[in-house]
Write a protein that binds this ligand. Structure first.
Ligand SMILES: [Zn+2]
Length: 88
């Protein structure tokens, strides 16, 4: 019974931490509650997690290496959501 509202930008901003398990159990519960009710974030979270799994399995990356990949993925997601995605 918490009435802390997490919106999609909050979720996306913290998704990396959630994937890295760097959130407090309380915050994690809030984020997972948002996931349960938001189809969009749930799909984004799921595919990001699968991508990370593929990276670790295929290249036997360490947690630290995967973490920087996560950041790259997160940057891409943020770019996708912005009206003027940066092209590098
Ligand atoms: Zn959402």
């Amino acid at each position: 019974v918490n009435n802390i509202h997490i919106n999609c930008s909050d979720f996306v901003a913290e998704m990396g931490h959630l994937l890295d398990e760097e959130v407090s159990p309380e915050r994690r519960a809030h984020l997972l509650a948002h996931l349960a009710e938001c189809k969009v974030c749930s799909v984004v979270y799921d595919s990001t997690r699968k991508t990370i799994r593929i990276l670790t399995d295929s290249f036997e990356l360490s947690a630290g290496e995967v973490k920087s990949s996560t950041e790259g993925i997160m940057a891409r997601i943020r770019a996708m959501r912005s009206p003027h995605p940066e092209t590098t």
